[in-house]
Design a binder for this molecule. Sequence first.
Ligand code: PMP
Length: 392
Amino acid sequence: VGKMTSISPPPECLFKPMNFPHKVLMGPGPSNCPPRVLGANALPLLGHMHPEFLLIMDEVKAGIKYIFQTNNEWTVCVSGSGHAAMETACLNLLEPGDTALVGINGFWGERFADMVDRQGIDVKTMYRPMGEVFTFDEIEEALKKHKPTLLFLTHGESSGSTLQPLEGVGTLCHKYNCLLLVDSVAACGGVPMFMDKWEIDALYTGSQKVLSSPPGASPISFSDRAKEKVKKRVTRVRSFNFDMNHLANYWGCDGDVRRYHHTSPISTIYAIREGLARLAEQGLEESWKVHKQCAELLQEGLEKIGLELLVKNKSSRNPCVTAVKVPDGVDWKAVTEYAMKTYRVEISGGLGALVGKVWRIGVMGYNCTPDNVSLVLRALDEGLKTAGYSKL
Ligand code: PMP
């Protein structure tokens, strides 16, 4: 008998149960999942090519078309969180020789510009301070100046809590031979979105915000113009995983027999199917209305406490995520810790340039209720008092 190779022991932590507190997730995402979504997530697996699962994928596709208000053939879910959809858009819509113009009024424009730059593709930027949106005129000026092939805008900026107006921007882009790509991870479902009517060429969102499903499957859709652009590429898409030609086939968008591309996150797809069903049953118009009402309730409540909202212009506020300024001398972290310890409610800090300067409160999907708004306001008010803040 040869000498036994020594083997590392199993980790002791795995012999104990997971720590699982219930929390009310009122940050900019993820939101809590309703029981029907969690139930779907726990269903037995099907094979990723089984007919029953392909049917569920078709239902997801129909749901995405509804929330995007589009008839685009190329409508799928990318496996991965919002970043995977961002990279899918970036990798498919750009190739060497192209120029991307990126609107930066917060963290997400910065991130997209980084993704473009990593591909070695020419990237131009236009800036607005966080908390402000781009005007139609400055977009047109930048299109004239840079002659981009793609314009990136963030619909719901979750870092600066703005909502970028999009109506007319697609038509403007097309006048200048440019495609319009929109990130609506932190807005779609909670605010009006008309992908086809607004001539948006590529649009993506996430599963864990208004859809109130687990992260890991991100809806994305390409207009016929965008699809054409991908089809006419001179170079191959520089990612096998995110190549829309393959994804469109696997999602049954090209009329061909569906081929194995990768193993779908099956349980996550069940869950997003139920998240989409919840939103379909509620109806988009009702969802937009409830998000607006709850956001107004929250914003009035914050001002009553004596706090200042980051976004001055009411019509530029994203109802899904509200950034509120941390008063001078207040320890922002002590307040969020109070909220978590006392009420198990999550309030987030700032992102990017606003770290330490704002709190961010998300009121989305299943969590979008007046009760949850009251809970956050109470937690914040008490937390501020505990931190020694008084509005006088
Ligand atoms: N874009 C926006 C506007 C977001 O708010 C987020 C998530 N906070 C993302 C993209 C990235 O999504 P994920 O964290 O799911 O990768």
